[in-house]
Design a protein around this ligand. Sequence first.
Ligand code: ZN
Length: 273
Amino acid sequence: MRGHLLVDVPMVSAAISLYPSYGLAPVAWLTAASLLIHSWGVINPRSSLYLPVHWRLPRGCPAVALTFDDGPNQEATPRILDLLAEHRQQATFFLIGEHVRRHPQLVRRMLAEGHAIGLHSDSHSRLVNCWPPHLVRRDLESCAAAIGEASGQPPPLLYRPVVGLKNPVIGFVAGRLGLVAVTWSCRALDTTAIDAGRVVARLTRGLAARAILVMHDGFEPRRANDRTIAVAVARELLIELARRQLRSVALAVDGRRLGVAKSAEADAVALAP
Ligand SMILES: [Zn+2]
């Protein structure tokens, strides 16, 4: 049974049984409670109400995972890849299909340098949470096709919902496509930030074993903005990781669950206390 039915079925049953004796008042209260629970399910990155989400690394993993959304970006992504190479750290990039078609060479570079990639969306439409199943499916399949064509490899199964929002339709489609949804334990809120120091401070507070941090190396199509800040944030964060002797691992799919890339896992275990 899908998680949200565990909420909906008892709520509806209670409303039906209470209405003849008590009228509309309990129905209104139950409706309000249901709306609150569903809002939490949509917004909270740790909620698996509509689909199983992974918001931190598997149990026992002493590493962290740096993740970047909305790329690849012609300016910021190569500079972030340079920084990751310099610090010998790995990351995961959740890609937008429209950008992948413009910069396929950056997708190949990510993979060649041991990073992981995942689906984000083809268009990154803000209306995705209002779409019917066939539009959500078409968007994700277009993104997967763009990545497959760019990389020459089967499309990834890692998936990050747009803005981390979930609903029953997205849960249904992601399940049908066999995707493993990844959200985060800490986000940078860096898309509109102008002070890299504040963003770094926010992320640094979330640095702990098993943390999944989200930043943005790219931008939503047709909402272009300067991603220089992303490079500055990545630079400072990588210095902080080195200071704390923390390893950032690339994500991977392990069956239908979240894992970490094998080579990175070996390094991470070596760093375990
Ligand atoms: Zn995004």
